[in-house]
Design a protein. Structure first.
Length: 487
């Protein structure tokens, strides 16, 4: 049977399944807000149905080999029903944005059904106007398992599901309607696992031939990988500090959104140096400093570690499905009181990370895991998300700097949603879009009743940096930041 009829998960994608537990959900997504009234539900379904052939993974489910003889496979779902995955509801009146955030938290508190394709899309009616007297808006809440797609390639899929202009383009349809391939039998699934191992072995042979053809270049890459693995091992022997963010979590979530302007981040980085991402991490550090102090935690000499996912997808791999990411552990110097000094520490730490070989080492470990039996892989993946290594996830995804649309309605805001591994009560996702930088804060419901304080802290930390940049004489740029409370 052709390979594309049942694709085997990569080691990294399979690890996201192993990491999932009753309380640690491995789905990601976004809360997006659109201008105007929502399209009719049937019209919206038809628009998605007409494009599903462009994203075949959306009609595939998981199948698991017996006796753990290989990693799971993606297979066509013969009972696929679009109405199950695309749902419609409305906010109670008045539909404040805080109510939308609370609904998003409830949706992300529920695990995805592993017997079906691992995604959901909710159309939410009745979002309050952006300005008093304005028209009501609607929202889309997307939810996708991390094993299906990572955040960066998710932007590629979003360009399939959304439009670049108010007038939806004509999408060519296949001549024949979609018909699922039959599900593979147990013997075929086991054989596919063996075939995957053979292919991995062939890649090893090809690699060996490359050593013969270009020994210098390949040996240099090997040396880099060994050094990178060594740096990861060193990080594992130096655990992240214990904080109120690293406690057992339950299944329920809180969600807070924070709006900001990209020009403010650019003003700060142009005035004091660094990158936009450095400014983002500095604002997060400032917010966590105040949060910890409000919890009675002494911050003198305390530096948190953020797990910062980095895409290692090459230009040739753009548009391909599957995760191609590595994780680096970035500094969050909550011990630094002065905002500009804090930015300098973050900038120096991130520069050191970029010069290090952590990403190379992470990719090398992922390659080794491709040979690992599933039981070993499960243990290794849990180790990668150990509380020992980091305090929270902070992921920054660049989005399009132009408006996008769905059924002629312009998207006004996007608030990304990350995930909480075991014993991690907070994850912060950031996404830039059309001149804005929005934060999505996902917190454990019981461990972080004061999650809004972290959102307020990001607002205040950025405002301080912008005020100092203006005082230094940077270009005029009003700090426009507002957090969205779920209350």
């Amino acid at each position: 049977m052709p390979q594309q009829h049942f694709d085997r998960l990569s080691a990294l994608d399979a690890s996201f399944l192993h990491q999932e537990g009753e309380n640690s959900h491995m789905h990601v997504g976004a809360v997006t807000i659109f201008e105007g009234p929502p399209p009719a539900y049937e019209e919206f379904l038809d628009s998605i149905r007409g494009r599903l052939h462009l994203v075949p993974r959306y009609r595939q489910k998981l199948t698991f080999p017996r006796f753990e003889s290989g990693r799971p496979l993606w297979v066509d779902d013969p009972s696929f029903n679009l109405e199950f995955h695309v749902r419609q509801t409305a906010l109670p009146r008045p539909g404040a944005e805080g109510q939308l955030m609370r609904l998003a938290a409830r949706i992300f508190s529920q695990q995805l059904d592993r017997t079906k394709p691992l995604w959901e899309l909710w159309m939410i009616e009745g979002v309050e106007p952006a300005e008093p007297g304005g028209a009501r808006r609607f929202a889309l809440i997307s939810k996708t398992h991390h094993a299906l797609i990572d955040g960066v390639s998710g932007i590629d899929l979003a360009t399939v599901l959304f439009d670049l202009s108010p007038v939806p383009p004509e999408i060519p349809h296949p001549d024949a309607p979609w018909s699922p391939h039959r599900e593979p039998g147990a013997a075929e699934v086991i054989a596919s696992g063996g075939l995957g191992a053979v292919r991995a072995g062939l890649r090893g042979v090809t690699r060996a031939l490359g050593v013969v053809a270009k020994p210098g270049a390949v040996l240099h890459e090997a040396k880099e990988a060994v050094e990178g693995v060594g740096e990861i091992a060193w990080a594992a022997m130096n655990p992240a500090p214990a904080t109120p963010l690293n406690v057992p979590i339950g299944p329920h979530r809180r969600f807070v959104g924070v709006r900001a302007e990209l020009r403010d981040f650019k003003l700060v980085k142009d005035t004091f140096g660094g990158t936009v991402n450095d400014v983002v991490l500095t604002a997060v550090s400032g917010a966590l400093r105040e949060f910890l102090r409000s919890r009675g935690v002494r911050t003198e000499g305390l530096e948190l570690r953020a797990l910062v996912p980095v895409s290692i997808r090459s230009e040739q791999e753009q548009g391909q499905l599957g995760n191609r990411i590595a994780a680096m552990r970035g500094p969050l110097p909550v011990y630094v009181e002065d905002p500009v000094a804090r930015l300098r520490v973050v900038r120096g730490g991130m520069d050191d990370l970029k010069k290090s070989k952590q990403a190379v080492g992470a990719e090398a470990l992922a390659s080794v895991q491709n040979f690992a039996p599933p039981t070993i892989l499960a243990q290794a993946s849990r180790l990668n998300f150990s509380t020992r290594l980091f305090n929270l996830i902070v992921t920054n995804v660049p989005g399009p700097q132009f408006p996008i649309y769905t059924r002629g309605r312009e998207m006004q805001d996007v608030f990304p949603v990350a995930f909480l591994p075991e014993d991690h009560a907070l994850a912060i996702a950031i996404m830039s879009y059309n001149g804005k930088v929005n934060f999505g804060l996902l917190g454990d419901y019981d461990a972080l009743p004061d999650l809004q304080a972290v959102g307020d802290g990001i607002e205040q930390a950025l405002a301080e940096l912008v005020a100092l940049a203006k005082k230094r004489g940077g270009p005029r740029s009003p700090a426009s930041v507002r957090s969205l409370s779920p209350a």
